[in-house]
Design a protein around this ligand. Structure first.
Ligand SMILES: Cc1cc2nc3c(=O)[nH]c(=O)nc-3n(C[C@H](O)[C@H](O)[C@H](O)COP(=O)(O)OP(=O)(O)OC[C@H]3O[C@@H](n4cnc5c(N)ncnc54)[C@H](O)[C@@H]3O)c2cc1C
Length: 303
């Protein structure tokens, strides 16, 4: 698209009061890896209605759309993305009714996990240390410690690029290990309805404390990272294979396979997406050669 056409979109967003927006927004500021070039336009639509208007208008104008949660599972190209990035951080409703919650896509998962424990509801303790938004977690079927989103999801409300909304049931979402149909569509997730179980606040809080401590021990949380880089292949942890291939601590530029946990790649300061990708390629190649195991990316790459 031409500069003139982008300006037209900016003017429209301003005039329709869609919400805050930023041109050439550095994606490094919006990802946990602190990596990534500029997004042509980042927009924070104030309401679902404004999301609908924005999606419809951008589609009519032929502008590419991307959806962003907390940016904790994203590797964005150094060149950035020529797209309208819809930031979901403003969609933060949280409505409880008995053991069910209707929560907005932009709600931090950890906040939802704590809110459930505060109500003596169990089921979301596993999510306490997952730094993403609910929307991202619903796409990725995020999970840890034997729990995953699909255990709780009743339904998900989505919006298509014409601004129409519809509700998808758990059966329609095709969940499996870190996988969902949502990953392969261009639907914006607006909210999710989750079912929890009656529990005990103290027990939930104790479990959450244990999980957070285990993460601090095992994961390189002191440096910017994108969480687990590869999905665990059947028959063992991805980190174990990478370690056994002798790659722990390998550095390319300012990116490094973490000496603490080999399935994490850390940014030592100013790392490039290309450097992370080079480490990923190297790990995939050597693990395949040495063990005949194919490592599949868990992180989503934006190019
Ligand atoms: C330190 C650390 C630890 C982690 N631990 C875990 C873990 O234990 N288990 C686990 O499963 N993951 C883990 N992750 C990965 C990550 O936190 C999860 O995958 C999380 O669910 C991603 O959510 P997000 O909001 O950050 O998504 P983003 O990174 O913003 O986006 C991820 C994908 O989802 C899409 N998306 C996001 N929101 C929406 C929406 N509303 N509508 C449509 N598409 C959307 C994006 O377009 C993108 O394709 C970890 C990450 C880090 C950095």
């Amino acid at each position: 698209m031409q500069q003139r056409e982008w300006r037209q979109i900016e003017d429209w967003i301003e005039k329709q009061q869609i919400g805050r927006w930023q041109a050439e927004a550095s994606m490094a500021e919006f990802t946990s890896w602190r990596i990534g070039g500029p997004a042509r336009l980042m927009v924070w639509p104030e309401t679902e209605e404004k999301c609908a208007a924005l999606l419809q208008y951008c589609s009519e104008q032929g502008a590419a759309l991307r959806f962003l949660g907390s940016g904790t599972n994203l590797l964005v190209a150094d060149e950035g993305v020529e797209a309208v990035v819809v930031h979901t951080g403003t969609l933060r409703r949280m409505e409880w009714s008995d053991k069910e919650v209707l929560a907005g896509a932009g709600l931090p998962l950890a906040q939802l996990s704590r809110a459930a424990a505060d109500r003596s509801l169990k089921g979301l303790e596993f999510a306490i240390g997952i730094p993403g938004s609910l929307g991202g977690a619903l796409v990725m079927n995020a999970g840890a410690y034997d729990g995953q989103m699909s255990d709780l999801v009743l339904e998900v409300r989505v919006m298509d690029k014409t601004g129409q909304t519809r509700v998808l049931t758990e059966q329609e979402l095709g969940y499996s290990y870190r996988e969902s149909r949502l990953k392969h569509t261009d639907l914006l997730i607006l909210s999710g309805r989750l079912q929890l179980k009656a529990g005990n606040q103290e027990e939930s809080l104790a479990l959450m404390k244990e999980y957070l401590e285990a993460r601090r021990q095992k994961q390189p949380l002191e440096l910017p990272n994108g969480g687990s880089v590869f999905r665990n292949p059947s028959g063992g942890g991805a980190g174990r294979y990478i370690e056994q291939a002798g790659l722990k601590g390998l550095q390319i530029g300012k990116a490094q396979i973490s000496p603490k946990h080999a399935n994490f790649i850390v940014n030592l300061g100013g790392a490039k997406a290309a450097e992370v990708r080079a480490l990923m390629d190297r790990a995939q190649k050597e693990v395949a050669e040495k063990f005949g195991v194919i490592l599949e990316s868990e992180v989503i790459c934006w190019r």
